[in-house]
Ligand binder design. Structure first.
Ligand SMILES: [Zn+2]
Length: 128
């Protein structure tokens, strides 16, 4: 069976060490539980919060995502809707950010784990 790549593990929100364990316990659109994470990876036992306050850094990643959405929606509206009134920009950006909030939150944390935790993939944890 081929190994899961780092990008596949990020997209599927998997543990950075074993690339098999789920980082989140519930679906992204279970609105009351989308942010629930187990303390440890259910497959390899890695503690996801590698140090106290580790996930505070994910706020900066989430902020970057939000800025990207504002720019993307703004550019799309400008060219596709022929520069509509300002309230259309505000309503569209607000709607897109609200709808994507669970995904932004989760991918900010997953990227934080994969890029800045210092945890490397270890194939010995990913055996079936
Ligand atoms: Zn794991």
């Amino acid at each position: 069976m081929p190994r899961t790549s780092s990008l596949e593990a990020i997209v599927a929100s998997k543990c950075p060490r074993c690339r098999k364990g789920d980082v989140f316990s519930h679906s992204a659109y279970n609105l009351s539980k989308f942010d629930h994470m187990p303390a440890q990876c259910p497959v390899c036992g890695l503690y996801y919060e590698v140090e106290v306050g580790f996930f505070w850094g994910a706020m900066y990643i989430s902020y970057g995502f939000s800025v990207g959405i504002v720019v993307l929606v703004g550019v799309l509206l400008y060219y596709l809707a022929n520069d509509p009134p300002i309230w259309v920009y505000l309503a569209a950006v607000t709607a897109v950010v609200l709808v994507t909030t669970p995904l932004l939150f989760r991918y900010a944390r997953v990227l934080m784990l994969h890029l800045f935790s210092g945890v490397k993939f270890d194939p010995s944890y990913s055996r079936d």
